[in-house]
Design a protein around this ligand. Structure first.
Ligand SMILES: Nc1ccn([C@@H]2O[C@H](COP(=O)(O)OP(=O)(O)OP(=O)(O)O)[C@@H](O)[C@H]2O)c(=O)n1
Ligand SMILES: C[C@](O)(CO)[C@H](O)COP(=O)(O)O
Length: 232
């Protein structure tokens, strides 16, 4: 009798061009401590015992991936990403469904977040057991939050007790997430993370406190920060 264990997939959107980084290479291929940012991010899932398979969404014109040693890892499936992060994620979800993973769960993690730690992955898996609406890593704001006017003046101060900054991974049932993103596209909502699509369907994912190390490498100064976090 084969066990029908629910699998956990990792889905890594890595099809961006990193325009805000203003670098020659797409930022996910910039190196820190001898490895690309993408390899650092991928290694967290390749080495985690609870993650069964990893899908990586690559830019249609990506000719960097094949040069990585990790490119032939047996746990990895590569697919073509889309014009937006949400489209890349949906393409990855469809690939998981084609691999009979429709009843599994998926952790979507930005390739641009190389400083993720194992304890955060463990906490997210546990939170998924307690929340049918899924769960995301996030961090409560430590700064006062201002709502801005169009002319870059302050409209008002937002009570920061309720402000959390979303990170990734974001962890959901595969089918529910695919349906939510497709519905969001039809409704014309802006989907900048997986939870925003799930919320638009009336669901309330759990917030799991991450670490401040789990930064998204977005602008040039983030490289120094990530370099420090990766070696401490
Ligand atoms: N069409 C896209 C756009 C982004 N991403 C991925 O989504 C993650 C978060 O996106 P972001 O930090 O915005 O990356 P870029 O879109 O590359 O950056 P920029 O907006 O500065 O161009 C990154 O790992 C990026 O590779 C993707 O898979 N497909
Ligand atoms: C998904 C995300 O990392 C959560 O904070 C963020 O929304 C990605 O934004 P980006 O502009 O696509 O980098």
């Amino acid at each position: 009798m084969t066990e029908n264990k629910t699998k956990i997939w990792a889905l890594i959107p890595a099809a961006g061009i990193g325009s805000r980084m203003k670098s020659e290479l797409p930022k996910q291929y910039l190196e820190i401590d001898g490895k690309t940012i993408l390899e650092h991010s991928l290694s967290r899932f390749l080495e985690h015992p609870s993650i069964d398979k990893v899908v990586v969404a690559l830019h249609a014109n990506d000719n960097y991936w094949v040069k990585l040693k990790i490119a032939n890892h047996p746990k990895i499936i590569t697919i073509e990403g889309g014009a937006t992060r949400a489209e890349s994620v949906l393409n990855g979800l469809k690939a998981i469904q084609q691999q009979h993973g429709q009843d599994d769960w998926v952790m979507v993690h930005d390739a641009a977040r190389p400083c993720l730690d194992n304890a955060s992955i463990d906490a997210l898996i546990q939170a998924g057991k307690d929340s049918a609406h899924g769960a995301i890593l996030a961090y409560p704001s430590v700064d006062t939050v201002k709502l801005a006017n169009a002319n870059q003046t302050i409209d008002k101060t937002i009570n920061r007790e309720q402000i959390w900054l979303a990170q990734t991974p974001q962890y959901f049932p595969v089918n529910a997430l695919a349906e939510a993103i497709e519905a969001g596209f039809k409704q014309g909502i802006t989907i900048t993370d997986e939870a925003s699509a799930i919320e638009a369907q009336g669901m309330h994912p759990a917030l799991v406190i991450g670490t401040r190390k789990n930064i998204k490498v977005t602008e040039p100064e983030d490289m120094m920060l990530a370099s420090v976090w990766l070696v401490t």
